[in-house]
Design a protein around this ligand. Structure first.
Ligand SMILES: [Zn+2]
Length: 285
């Protein structure tokens, strides 16, 4: 299914026909995949099997190992602890290129791609996350969320898929759980709130992928969705919302009814004002 719209993270929309199969990647499939990779991995790369991913990088081997454990394994363990039961059904390679030049050159050499973002992107055809790790690990955690969301909530709408993934692009551990922290998306959202440009949550949650990803406002939609997730997290409601949303998705595909129920809010215009005050109060936190 070739869709051209893509988020700023480069993740293509989730094919609506995809259903997660409850099968794990087998050891045999993994061994075969590693044997194939060995034939194409350029010299100087370290290859680490970090289930359900393969991590490949051209930084110092100790640094690649550290990223595989402290970023990839940590994020996967923490996300599975609170949210995801199923691993992605496909083997996904995470390529960590050490700087702009390595990223651009290898994206071209290995995948025939010319990246449109300097941070990294997902290649659906190669089942690979192609990351410029020189820009930091935030985008990597964001991108790790998407294959898990596909495997566990294939009909997840764009607003929650991107809001939830964006939440963890800046994250830390708090009481043994993953917690999103305030990040660069705050500033643009603060400006949008002050200028009265935010959209109603009914509109945000009901957007099609074309409406969410297309047009000039996608960055604002990402931010609004992220800080709605952040609000839920800070009120101790995000884990509950995720599981109730998944369970109710057949009758409430946008999540709007579930959102109102979990927030215990009947007047969502009043809630939006409350949420905007909350967000504006985050400056200086
Ligand atoms: Zn994304």
């Amino acid at each position: 299914m070739a869709l051209v719209v893509a988020g700023e993270c480069g993740i293509p929309p989730i094919p609506q026909c995809a259903e997660a199969a409850a099968v794990d990647v087998t050891e045999a499939a993994l061994a075969e995949h590693l044997a194939q990779l060995a034939k194409q991995v350029p010299e100087g790369f370290t290859v680490i099997s970090q289930s359900p991913f393969i991590v490949l990088g051209d930084e110092h081997p100790d640094v690649v190992r550290r990223r595989a454990v402290h970023t990839v394994k940590w994020a996967v363990d923490k996300l599975k602890q609170d949210y995801f039961k199923r691993d992605p059904v496909e083997i996904i390679d995470i390529w960590l290129f050490r700087d702009d030049a390595s990223y651009t050159n290898h994206a071209h050499l290995l995948f025939g791609d010319t990246p449109t973002t300097r941070f990294g992107y997902y290649s659906e055809s190669h089942h690979a996350l192609i990351m410029n790790i020189g820009t930091g690990g935030g985008t990597l955690v964001h991108e790790i969320v998407h294959p898990f969301m596909r495997a566990n909530f294939p009909r997840c709408p764009a607003w929650f898929n991107e809001g939830f993934a964006s939440l963890y692009e800046a994250s830390a551990e708090n009481n043994g759980h993953i917690r999103g922290t305030i990040n660069w998306r705050f500033k643009g959202l603060e400006k949008a709130i002050k200028e009265g440009r935010t959209v109603s949550f009914q509109k945000l949650t009901s957007m099609t992928e074309t409406q969410f990803y297309g047009g000039d406002s996608y960055s604002q939609y990402y931010a609004q969705a992220r800080y709605l997730c952040y609000y839920l997290q800070e009120k101790g409601l995000l884990v509950k919302f995720y599981h109730e949303f998944v369970a109710s998705a057949a009758s409430d595909p946008s999540g709007y009814v579930t959102l109102k129920r979990v927030l215990v809010e009947s007047d969502m215009d009043a809630f939006k004002q409350k949420w905007e005050s909350f967000v504006l109060g985050l400056r200086g936190v």
